[in-house]
Design a protein around this ligand. Structure first.
Ligand code: NAD
Length: 734
């Protein structure tokens, strides 16, 4: 055998060990070469009489993250090329054949006549877990890092290498569907309890146990090869099956709003596959897989949530000529809501933190937030007391700016008041060295203006976190006019160290993310004032693919904050920059009714002590307009809610605030949950085509006002047929 990505050896008992350990990669992934080598191994195990069985193990810290998704991108390209050169039918046949190769390889392994076992430590996901599922035995380590799962849905795909068929033959149908719809990662014990794996053992015993089992069970077959095999939830067309399938369809709709073709394909592949013998079932799954792989949803999600996100995480926007900095000490000024979270994520990355507030009590209060977060982790069994001690040991709460000496980076998160910020900048610069970078977490104040208070504007940059800091993946890095490349490099090194995803944008009011999401909230407000029933507004948001409705979202970020931003915009840009209907609504909500949002349990919703939140009945009194529910065009509501955000993204692109479509897209999905199936704000426009998008905007502008008027860039794109990605690629190539 000619193996590069695996080591293969056979012991005296005739049990082979296949160690997956790809050179020059930190994580094993499935590539065409891995598939080819695995095929050689299956042939060898099947044909060599001295070999009784084979255990597959990883030579790395984790088993494998799954398939290399760029391989699937390559398949799509092949299809386009063949369709052009040899016609649709030949292209489709080849595409189908190629896209089911992994599934066929696993089936060959499963039926080769000798048993295989997977000994899993660390993550084993996607195509790698499908490999494990085709083995007759799965033993996993009891380590906290061990997780199995099929997360394909998160990039618009579904498990197409037998996953839908094997999981639904191992688990209750409802659980199997749920697991695949959510793309959940399952820990060792729950995986065993649900029947996905056979045994959980200490890490150093998994291989030995697998070998013993193979030795004792040389004839082992998969349960579904047994003619007497019974499905865990019984036959599809049986009284038991009828308990499952009608609600399954309802759950599918509730969870996905029918926005994800891949989720629908899971439902169909399981429903149809469970009625067939395995080989045919796998063929059905393959047909759906080939179809899904060609959808624009899968293409856009793979591009944004896998390829682009990886590129951004690896520093696509980092100036290459600045050496990497290893941050040792970071100062966080302001230990309030945001500062406390920033201190936590920084200390959690092993970096020393000085957390400064006006007095020690306030600083300690901020530090206590880290105590709370790790304690929650301990309660859930995800951390140990020692971890908490170590993390808290890295945070020094202080009221003394002198403690900031020696910091590589400062992140300022004090009150949103230019005067307070100016004071802080001066105080910090009086103690830190000339190389220290200063990042402001302001959400509304232009960074260039703040940098005027700095003696070292080259070192001054925006580092904009989203709340809650410990959960939100996005960090917006804002370049002021004079920001230097060392500041950018350091900010990006910091974001990388704390394992978040950065986008780099240029300075403007609201930067990128808040401009787009602010429009989403405003559209919800305006709909309310038009008399659209509030429940329909919220439903339209979710149906469009947003995580929560616009009114809900406003409650989360605070209604008074929205009002404050509106007033500040009006003061700076004049009367015309704000919508009078929105102003009236916010003024009434905040000033007249004291409805500030979730924080005081009174916003667009009521938040009773017990029970779920409910839309506030008083909303009906805020406007005289009433639209009959039957006459409300839900599709138009959905369009309005997405178009207003995508159009704003296009405007930021035209203005040079966002300069890379990848950043606009990734930032929109992980920053504010913009309909992930679309691939992000600019992919949404590209997929529709600029001409169709402009037409949609013009129709909405006619009916709902100027705010929907397309910008010049879009109109030009509509004429020339350009796309955001097409132009960016051309620019990169030039
Ligand atoms: P906050 O009021 O919770 O915290 C501000 C903290 O700064 C307080 O603890 C206060 O005591 C402290 N402070 C004030 N003046 C100080 C000084 N001179 N020296 C030291 N500490 C001082 O506010 P927050 O919500 O954490 O917001 C902080 C910053 O983050 C603001 O610029 C805000 O725009 C920005 N931001 C907020 C959010 C959000 O969702 N809240 C999101 C992104 C960015």
């Amino acid at each position: 055998m000619n193996l590069v990505n695996f080591r293969f050896e056979t012991d005296a008992d005739g049990i082979a060990t296949l160690t997956w350990d790809m050179p020059e990669r930190s994580m094993n992934v499935i590539t065409p070469q891995v598939m080819e080598e695995l095929n050689q191994v299956v042939d060898k195990v099947a044909s060599d009489e001295a070999i009784k069985g084979c255990v597959i193990v990883s030579g790395k810290e984790a088993f494998s993250g799954g398939a290399d998704l760029t391989m699937l991108q390559g398949l799509r390209d092949l299809y386009v090329k063949l369709a052009k050169e040899q016609g649709e039918q030949i292209a489709m046949q080849r595409f189908f054949d190629e896209s089911r190769k992994l599934s066929q390889l696993y089936r060959k392994l499963e039926t080769c006549g000798k048993p295989f076992a997977a000994a899993i430590h660390g993550v084993c996901l996607g195509g790698a877990f499908e490999l494990a599922l085709s083995c007759q035995l799965r033993v996993v380590s009891d380590d906290a890092s061990t997780r199995v799962g099929l997360p394909e849905i998160k990039v618009g795909l579904f498990p197409g290498a037998g996953g839908t068929q094997r999981v639904s033959r191992l688990m209750q149908t409802g659980d199997a569907l749920q697991m695949m719809f959510k793309g959940e990662q399952i820990k060792a014990l729950p995986a065993r309890n649900s029947g996905l794996v056979h045994a959980v053992l200490p890490r150093d015993q998994i291989v030995a146990a697998a070998k013993e089992w193979l030795k004792a069970n040389p004839q082992a077959k998969q349960p579904w090869e047994d003619p007497k095999f019974k499905l865990p939830s019984n036959k599809v067309h049986s009284p038991a099956g009828m308990q499952i399938w009608p609600p399954a369809s309802a759950i599918y709709r509730r969870e996905t709003n029918d926005n994800y073709p891949a989720a629908r394909a899971i439902l169909s592949a399981v429903y149809e596959g469970l009625q067939l013998p395995m080989d045919l079932a796998l063929k059905v799954e393959s047909r759906y897989f080939a179809k899904i792989l060609r959808t624009k949803e899968a293409a856009s999600m793979i591009r944004s949530l896998f390829v682009s996100m990886q590129e951004l995480n690896k520093g696509a926007r980092r100036p290459a000529d600045v050496p990497a900095s290893k941050l040792k000490k970071v100062g966080v000024i302001g230990a309030g809501f945001m500062g406390a979270g920033i201190a936590y994520v920084t200390a959690n990355a092993g970096i020393e933190v000085v957390l400064v507030d006006k007095d020690l009590e306030a600083a300690e209060k901020g530090k206590a937030y880290s105590h709370k977060l790790v304690t929650d982790q301990i309660t859930k069994g995800r951390a140990k007391t020692a971890d908490r001690d170590a993390l808290l040991g890295r945070i020094k709460a202080s009221a003394d700016y002198a403690d900031l000496k020696g910091c590589d980076l400062i992140v300022e998160a004090v009150f949103e008041d230019p005067k307070v910020k100016a004071e802080v900048i001066a105080k910090v610069e009086a103690v830190v060295g000339p190389k220290t970078i200063f990042g402001s977490n302001t959400s509304t104040l232009p960074i260039t203006g703040l940098a005027e208070h700095s003696e070292r504007p080259k070192n001054f940059i925006g580092i904009h976190f989203f709340s809650p800091v410990e959960k939100m993946l996005l960090v917006e890095i804002i370049m002021a006019k004079k920001t230097g490349k060392k500041a950018l490099a350091m900010a990006l090194d910091f974001v990388r160290a704390i394992k978040k995803t950065p986008i780099v944008v240029n300075d403007t009011r609201g930067f990128y993310a808040n401009r787009c999401v602010g429009n989403y909230i405003r559209e919800g407000h305006l709909m309310l004032m038009e008399g659209v029933p509030p429940a329909m507004i919220e439903a339209a948001g979710k149906q469009a693919g947003m995580p929560v409705g616009p009114l809900s979202l406003n409650d989360e970020v605070a209604v008074d904050l929205a009002y404050k931003v509106l007033k500040a915009t009006k003061a700076q840009l004049g009367e015309a920059a704000v919508d009078p209907a929105q102003e009236k609504l916010l003024a009434e909500m905040v000033e007249k009714h004291g409805r500030l949002g979730r924080k005081n349990r009174k916003g667009f919703y009521d938040y009773p002590e017990a029970g779920p939140k409910r839309l506030w009945p008083g909303l009906a009194e805020l406007t005289k307009n009433r639209l009959e529910p039957e006459l409300v065009d839900m599709e138009e509501l959905r369009h309005r809610l997405l178009v207003t955000q995508a159009l704003e993204a296009a405007k930021t692109y035209e203005e040079g605030v966002v300069t890379d479509p990848r950043e606009a897209d990734v930032g929109s999905i992980i920053g504010f949950g913009f309909a992930p199936y679309s691939g992000g704000t600019l992919s949404y426009i590209d997929n529709m085509g600029a001409a169709a998008f402009v037409k949609l905007c013009e129709g909405l502008a006619k009916k709902h006002g100027e705010r929907f008027k397309p910008n010049r860039l879009l109109k030009r794109m509509a004429k020339t047929g350009e796309s955001f990605y097409g132009s960016a690629e051309k620019k990169a190539a030039a």
